[in-house]
Ligand binder design. Structure first.
Ligand code: HEM
Length: 240
C-alpha cells in the first residue's frame, strides 16, 4: 500500500511547538505533514489529503514548510500531528485539547547496492554513502564549503571515514536529511582489509664484537700502563 507502515511517534519534545499547535483555535482535528509533500509532490499531498478525509471528513491536512515543529521530521517520514477538542475549558478559558502525533514511514527504506550507487559519480549526478545511508548531493555540489571535487572523489565507495575525518559540524549533519535517498545494502560494501605491515627481516642483533672493542679500548691502555710501571720497578731494583 502506498502509505507504508504507520508507527506511533512520541509527542514533540519542544514545549513551545507543542503549545503552538495544541492551543490554536482551529478545526477539531488538525493534521500537519512534513515538507516532503509540499512543492515537489503536491499531487501526492492532495491524494493523501483525500485519503485522510475519506477516513474522517473533519480531518484537515496542512502541508507546511515553515513550521519549526516539522523541520526536524523531514525526508523519509511524514509526520502527522493531530489535536482535538476535549470539550472542556482550562485556565484562561482556553479549550482543553489532547494531542497525538504519528509518523508514517514513506520511504519504504529503499535499499541500494554499491553497484547502483556507484553509477552516480558525476557532476550532474552525484551520490554518496555515509553512515549506511545514501545521499544524492548533486544539488549541493556547488555549495559544498569543502568543494565539489572532494565530494566527487568520495563517490562509489563508503565515504563515512572521509566525512568523519573532516569533523563536520552538527549543522552539516542536519543538512544531510535533505539529500537522503535510501539505505545501502551493507553486504555489497567490501569489508576493509586490515593493514598488517610485512614482517621485518631478522637482522643479527648480536652486539658482541662492539662490546669486545669497548672492553679492549679500556684494557689496552691499562695493560701498557701496568707494563710501564713493572719495567720502571724492575730497572730501579737492577740499578740498586
Ligand atoms: C551529505 C554530505 C555532506 C554535507 C551535507 C557536507 C556539508 C559540509 C558543510 C556544511 C561544511 C562546512 C563546515 C561544517 O559545517 O562542518 C563542509 C565542509 C567540508 N566538507 Fe563536507 N559535507 C558532506 C560530505 C563531505 C564529504 C564526503 C567530504 C569528503 C572528504 C567532505 C569534505 C569537506 C571538507 C574538506 C570541508 C572543508 C572543511 C574546512 O575547510 O574546515 N564533505 N561540508
Amino acid at each position: 500500500m502506498w502509505l507504508g507502515s504507520v508507527r506511533q511517534a512520541p509527542l514533540p519534545t519542544n514545549q513551545t511547538d507543542y503549545d503552538w499547535w495544541a492551543l490554536r483555535p482551529t478545526p477539531t482535528i488538525q493534521l500537519y505533514c512534513s515538507s516532503i509533500l509540499s512543492s515537489s509532490s503536491s499531487s501526492f499531498a492532495i491524494s493523501l489529503s483525500l485519503f485522510l478525509s475519506s477516513l474522517d471528513p473533519k480531518l484537515l491536512l496542512l502541508a507546511s514548510r515553515s513550521s519549526s515543529l516539522l523541520s526536524s521530521h523531514l525526508s523519509s517520514h511524514l509526520l502527522v500531528v493531530a489535536s482535538w477538542d476535549l470539550g472542556e475549558r482550562g485556565a484562561g478559558g482556553r479549550s482543553k485539547r489532547r494531542a497525538r502525533s504519528i509518523k508514517i514511514n514513506m520511504s519504504n527504506n529503499k535499499v541500494l547496492t554499491l553497484e547502483e550507487v556507484s553509477k552516480h559519480n558525476t557532476k550532474d549526478d552525484c551520490w554518496l554513502i555515509i553512515g549506511g545511508k545514501v545521499y544524492n548531493v548533486t544539488k549541493f555540489l556547488e555549495d559544498h564549503p569543502g568543494g565539489d571535487d572532494v565530494l566527487l572523489s568520495s563517490t562509489a565507495k563508503d565515504a563515512t571515514d572521509d566525512f568523519e575525518d573532516v569533523g563536520h559540524s552538527t549543522t552539516a549533519r542536519a543538512m544531510m536529511d535533505e539529500y537522503y535517498v535510501g539505505d545501502i545494502d551493507a553486504t555489497t560494501i567490501p569489508t576493509k582489509v586490515k593493514y598488517t605491515p610485512p614482517k621485518q627481516p631478522h637482522y643479527n642483533q648480536d652486539k658482541t664484537p662492539e662490546f669486545i672493542i669497548k672492553i679492549l679500548q679500556f684494557l689496552v691502555p691499562l695493560a701498557i700502563l701496568g707494563l710501564a710501571v713493572a719495567v720502571r720497578i724492575y730497572t730501579k731494583s737492577e740499578s740498586a
